[in-house]
Design a protein around this ligand. Sequence first.
Ligand code: GAP
Length: 457
Amino acid sequence: MNNNFDKIINHLKSQGFVFQGSEIYGGLANSWDYGPLGAELKNKLKNLWWRFFVKRNKYNIGLDTSIILNPKVWLASGHLGNFNDPLVDCKSCKSRWRADKLIEEKFPDVNAGVLSNEMLEEYISKNDISCPKCKKKDFTNIRLFDLMFKTFQGPLEDDSAKVYLRPETAQGIFVQYKNSQRTSRRKLPFGIGQIGKSFRNEITPGNFIFRTREFEQMELEFFFSPNDENNWFDYWLNQVKHFITKELGISTNNFIIREHEKDELSHYSNKTVDIEYNFPFGRGELWGIAHRSNYDLTQHQQFSGEDLTYLDQENNVRFIPHVIEPSVGVERLLLAILCESYCEEKLENNELRIILRLPIKLAPYTIAILPLQKQQSEKARTLFEDLLQYFDATIDETGNIGKRYRRQDAIGTPFCITIDFDTENDNCVTVRERDSMHQERININDLKSYLTNKSNM
Ligand code: GAP
């Protein structure tokens, strides 16, 4: 694995951002838990998304639907039948691989996702692709592997009780589209946003938190009339780009925008554009923007028998709205932000400074209070409790001041406030900025407004 990626992963584990899932039992493959700092960062990211895409957007409203839905939803949506991956087994060591990923690992420029199963088999045999584990070249033919997680509802464990954990949050939105539109009295165009867990029995989870079987999605389904001449696809693509660059501080040099080829499109989509981020292990899909046409609502209308048409009162016509969907995984976005912000600097004294240059609004702590010596401890604690009413704050009283600055840099705290010998006399503290290491003396009475201004910059 990429050396830099290893460093980032180790850093996030050691600092309490991410823990191995079920660690004291030896872990559970590819499952991760979010530690005190990771949980904080994740919540802040979700809140930022919710604010940008739901609360501050004049068109949109929010929703929170169940993980387990009536199984007919998945029949209607096409997930039962279409939601599978092409799989090959190595006959020698019995390991199992996704055929398209095997090809892309060896030939990164090939987009194997667009190849048919026959073409994948031919490509693997003609190009001498071997098993990454045992290096033999003896694969089975491709079989399709169902990604849906299954379980049973109630006391019986037979087909009548079989239910599925949702593989996307989107279907909950489509199923509640009519209730949401009616109760909010929305006219087209309008969107419904949702954040929640999704589950996929992925064959090749991996690359740390990039691809897991349990993950969270932040999805928006934006409904509009097929006669609407606005280019809503470009509108949402631009909103996503704005969010990524301006709100999250991700550089435009680190992602590309790639349109799917026709044979690569999901069963529901007639146009999809992916934002692909340059992760340390290679380029990978970060955010998908799909034109789902009126596929989902049409399917649900047919399977449920419920009228899901919209009445355009001005023109007195009924139709099924079309949909643009920007969809992103919380953990995948988190990983991009963490890779973007991880930075190592050599200081003048040759010491290594690891910094997480997180945007201020995402940093787990905005400020850290650092009393220089034990004598300032009481004053520091009073200031800490006061500032805690307004800011996400922590206090660190152990170790020399240099070490404490490094500790806060390593978890991305933008401001450190040092209380020293002079504070008693001049009522001032030193505020040190994470990125520039610039220090400024500020009166405690002005601290709240100073920090408020700084953190809103
Ligand atoms: N509703 C559309 C949909 O689910 P998708 O491209 O399959 O489309 C959307 O998923 C986003 O969800 C992806 O761009 C990615 O950010 C995230 N995602 C998908 N599968 C994931 C997985 N196994 N682990 C983590 N994130 C995943």
